[in-house]
Ligand binder design. Structure first.
Ligand code: HEC
Length: 53
């Protein structure tokens, strides 16, 4: 995931990426393939994992 609030406005400011072993992109639709699920973590900036310092 890459943060860019201007470029990825429709997905909470995050760009979602996934690649196969040959480096081809597996993400055809960021909203449908990734954000549909990650939207449920809105209160944590769309990131599920939490790092404690
Ligand atoms: C079916 C729901 C679902 C979809 C669809 C989904 N994710 Fe996730 N993603 C999760 C969950 C749940 C976690 C947390 C997993 C854990 O903590 O073990 C996660 C974790 C992650 C993380 C680690 C950071 C974090 O949020 O904890 C990244 C990066 C990530 N997903 C990227 C993607 C990408 C890229 C896509 C689309 C190709 C995608 N996800 C699609 C549910 C989803």
């Amino acid at each position: 995931m890459v943060k860019n609030s201007k470029k990825y406005k429709s997905t909470g400011g995050w760009g979602f990426f996934a690649y196969d072993s040959k480096g081809r992109s597996l993400v055809k639709n960021m909203v449908k393939d990734c954000f549909s699920c990650h939207a449920s973590a809105k209160e944590k900036d769309y990131v599920f994992s939490v790092w404690t310092k």
